[in-house]
Design a protein around this ligand. Sequence first.
Ligand code: WQD
Length: 331
Amino acid sequence: MILLTGGAGYIGSHIAVELLDAGYDVIIADNFSNASADVIKSIETITGTTPAICQIDLTDKSEVERMFQEIKIDAVIHLAGYKAVGESVREPLKYYRNNLDSTLSLLEAMEKHGVTQFVYSSSATVYGDPGIVEYTESLQFGAASSPYGSTKEMCERIITDVAAASELSAVFLRYFNPVGAHKSGLIGDDPDGIPNNLMPFITQATTGKLPELTVFGDDYPTRDGSCIRDYLHVVDLAKGHVSALKYCMDHKGVEAINLGSGRGTSVLELIEAFERVNGVKVPYKIGPRRAGDLAEYYASPAKAEKLMGWKAELTIDGMCRDAWNFAMKAH
Ligand code: WQD
């Protein structure tokens, strides 16, 4: 049985689908604070399988211990956590308490119950600003750009120390910019309130839910002046977790692995692709730069391919088509 924390969320639900399709038994642990119970129905519709569900507060050590006593867990994929960069700057304690406590509770229960395989949802944000555009895993941690980013780095450090003192085998998956949705249009990124990330801003500006998109700066030293990121289809990202789980099963120790495509796409290029693929106009204006944004970065995806045989397969056009298909079905 694979314990998938945060499995009702945007990325977690896509991982649940890939795990179930690959024949794994899955239990989703989620407190549903930022996810809807309908997502579970959608996972069932897509896969024809019903995952086990545990509604739980993972920061509560005794609840986590009870879950491990009741269910025989073989491996853990840990995504549950707060993830809004801006909010983490305003409410740092909320982020440190939640993101660290949940990871500690899980590691303690895993140690007690002899569970030795751990896939951790990390982020390219741990690189900080290394002064180059292609990020390889051999780069050191950079100065954290937000409390959210600090929690990712701290959890990687905690897991590394635990692994050094035990039989734990762990993979840190450092995500670049996941976008898109399952091709069924049944699951996708549907944030409450004002979105935090670019693609939901694009879809909501296009449906009219938001008046328009603001492009944060067109005076960067890039090919068209807008920022460049490594966008990755969420289904490719989800498949990367299945590969990481298999890798953990056969290897000891810890590895940090980038999940990105290795390609950079600018904000204006993404908007152009979205308009072309979907035959729509994205209402947008150019605004000032957003504090803290780097001009350009993308993943070196070589290690993921070498160690896990994983590489991103889906294109920017596919990401735009699937994101819009989901937005049209959801609203
Ligand atoms: C992408 C690009 C913006 C909104 C963040 C976190 C990272 C990771 C993913 C997740 C940037 C531009 C955005 C808008 C815009 N964390 N943009 N107008 O900042 O690359 O990464 O999310 O949980 O840790 O830092 O992603 O989607 O916010 O922005 O022009 O309204 O889109 O400037 O270039 P980012 P993003």
